[in-house]
Design a protein around this ligand. Structure first.
Ligand code: IMP
Ligand code: MG
Length: 179
């Protein structure tokens, strides 16, 4: 991504996000109905606002855990190598698990994380991603829920950053560079 001045054009309003989160939560609650416990795994840091809103709409016994995965390289280019910077605190063997991600782009991050978590033999593991950018997919990701499918734009807000800024915007906007 070039350095310099940029503006942020709103793409998805806070109101639309809230409405979609409510719909997703209803579907997730129905899917896991009767579970003893759902371990909701947020991928840091981009999912922190989404997971906070989502779990408050789930009518299920929920445990929240976090995992931080990072691709090597700069802020824009997704690399094929994924490292685990922070692992889960809890065990997921035999548990129902929901992985919550901010954006699926090339798919490398999520496919790596899914493979890792499945090796721990959870009872059921599903994925919910707030945003999907299918145009850039290189690795197929098996995800059950998607908030919004978006075009190939660099977006920020609602937890998602550009060089660590703009996570605190209440809406999702696209970054546009200006002269
Ligand atoms: P993937 O491995 O290419 O699917 O990378 C997904 C990760 O890249 C996401 O979890 C984000 O952290 C980051 N990412 C992808 N697209 C964007 C974007 O438009 N804005 C900010 N971060 C993004
Ligand atoms: Mg991320």
């Amino acid at each position: 991504m070039p350095s310099g001045q940029y503006v942020i054009d709103q793409m998805i309003s806070a109101k639309s996000i809230a409405a979609r989160v409510e719909e997703l939560a209803k579907e997730i609650t129905a899917h896991y109905a009767g579970t003893q416990k759902l371990v909701v795994v947020g991928l840091l840091r981009g999912s922190f606002i989404f997971i906070a809103d989502l779990v408050r709409e789930l009518d299920l016994p929920v445990e929240v855990d976090f995992l931080e995965a990072s691709s090597y390289g700069n802020a824009m280019e997704s690399s094929r190598e994924v490292r685990i910077l922070k692992d889960l605190r809890g065990e997921i063997a035999g548990r129902d698990v929901l992985v919550v991600e901010d954006i699926v782009d090339t798919g490398f991050t999520l496919s790596h994380v899914i493979r890792l978590l499945k090796s721990r033999e959870p009872a059921r593991l599903e994925v919910c991603a707030l945003l999907d950018k299918p145009a850039r997919r290189e690795v197929e990701v098996d995800k059950r829920w998607t908030g919004f499918t978006i075009p190939d734009e660099f977006v920020v807000g609602y937890g998602i950053d550009y060089a660590q800024f703009n996570r605190n915007l209440p809406f999702i906007g696209k970054v546009r560079f200006v002269e």
